[in-house]
Design a protein around this ligand. Structure first.
Ligand SMILES: CC(=O)N[C@@H](CCC[C@H](N)C(=O)O)C(=O)O
Length: 380
């Protein structure tokens, strides 16, 4: 059953309205299962693991298994798109396009549920891409073992590319990331008696300032790195010295080596600030499964060669990006390729105003279906 443009649009708009945070994607999973169970079932096997959904399309003469992964979680962002199908879940939004990723996956699955491939196709609807290494959790738990694909593909929407364009590159597509969680503990007190307290606003401010030196002074200028601190909470009122500071951020680098180098510098600076301010620091550096997305040379050549010659596909060779993806962990275990799907937007990923151009859905489904058909023949 090939899903029509109208059906795909409805799925996208329905999913957009029910964003859920990582590992809590129950309504999303129920919606996905409802669509999947209405497809021709003859060649389908369906499994759920917590909020993940795994589907195998059995091939007619299977020698290999080709995988497709979509993420399904949303972000704690309050939507401000003004769309008629805006989020119904307060404080949550599909601001990273996972609703569109799921729709493309369903379009692809629907086609192959009706047109049996020679090889097996494996579809993974994966929770918690944004915050809890959903891909790593599933892989490490053995949940994929029965249907482990020989190669795996996935996409991410890209607001900067024209709607429906496919963007990819050999080598690293996305950075490896690492979350920074720093907690400084000093001594609170009266604003008038700083000598009797230990002010964590000041200690935290030094930590923030000193981290700015990592990229400028410790990263080789011809390589790349990012240290962003997105949250700093300390204190309650202007005339009370705060004894606590809570700072969270993220590291980005295009190689694991550079990621670890930056992690070590963050650790050293945190310890140095604690020493200098005579306070305690608890520092958690959490990389989880957010390894650099290093595209496999063979699957990436196959995909790029195909997209470059396929009529109707606007293929664009892209630069590496500092966004992260736990797909990096999956393709450190399974050969595979991630690529961009353009959605032509003035707003960035994670913006409360992100409203992807829906024309990308049909173009994406068509391009990837055609690629999977060709890949299925090649691997037969
Ligand atoms: C595509 C995208 O936006 N991914 C996220 C992944 C977040 C990883 C982790 N929680 C971190 O912040 O380091 C991104 O922010 O790039």
């Amino acid at each position: 059953m090939t899903l029509t443009t109208k059906a795909l649009t409805k799925i996208y708009e329905d999913l957009h309205q029910i964003p859920e945070l990582g590992l809590q994607e129950h309504e999303t999973q129920a919606y996905l299962l409802n669509v999947i169970k209405r497809l021709p079932q003859t060649n389908l096997k369906i499994k759920t693991v917590e909020t993940a959904t795994l589907v195998l399309v059995a091939g007619s003469v299977a020698k290999k298994t080709i995988g497709w992964r979509t993420d399904i979680d949303a972000l704690p962002v309050t939507e401000k798109t003004g769309l008629p199908f805006a989020s119904k879940h307060p404080g949550m939004m599909h601001a990273c396009g996972h609703d569109l990723h799921m729709t493309v996956a369903l379009g692809l699955l629907a086609y192959f549920a009706e047109h049996q491939p020679k090889n097996n196709l494996f579809f993974l609807f994966q929770p918690a891409e944004e915050n809890a290494s959903g891909g790593k959790r599933l892989y490490d738990s053995g949940a994929l073992d029965d249907w482990l694909p020989d190669e795996i593909y996935g996409l991410h929407i890209n607001p900067q590319l024209p709607a429906g364009a496919i963007g990819c590159r050999q080598g690293t597509l996305f950075a490896g990331t690492c979350e920074i969680h720093a907690r400084f503990h000093g001594k609170s007190g009266h604003a008038a008696y700083p000598h009797l307290a230990n002010d964590m606003v000041v200690a935290g401010a030094y930590f923030v300032s000193q981290l700015q030196t990592i990229v400028s002074r410790n990263v080789n200028p011809i390589e790349a790195g990012v240290v962003t601190l997105g949250q700093f909470h300390a204190g309650t009122i202007g005339n009370v010295i705060s004894g606590e500071a809570k700072i969270d951020g993220t590291i980005r680098a295009l190689t694991q080596k550079m990621n670890r180098h930056i992690q070590r510098r963050v650790q050293t600076i945190a310890e140095g600030v604690a020493l200098a301010f005579n306070c305690e620091v608890e520092l958690k550096l959490n990389q989880g499964g957010y390894y650099p997305v290093e595209n496999n040379p063979i699957t990436t050549k196959a995909l790029i060669d195909f997209m470059q010659q396929e009529p109707g596909v606007n293929f664009i060779e892209t630069e590496p990006a500092m966004t992260g993806e736990d797909f990096g962990y999956l393709i450190s275990k399974i050969n595979g390729t991630m690529f961009w799907l353009g959605v032509d937007q003035p707003y960035q990923l994670h913006s409360e105003k992100l409203a992807p151009n829906e024309a990308a859905i049909e173009k994406g489904v068509a391009a990837i279906t055609a690629y999977f058909k060709q890949r299925d023949q090649t691997l037969a």
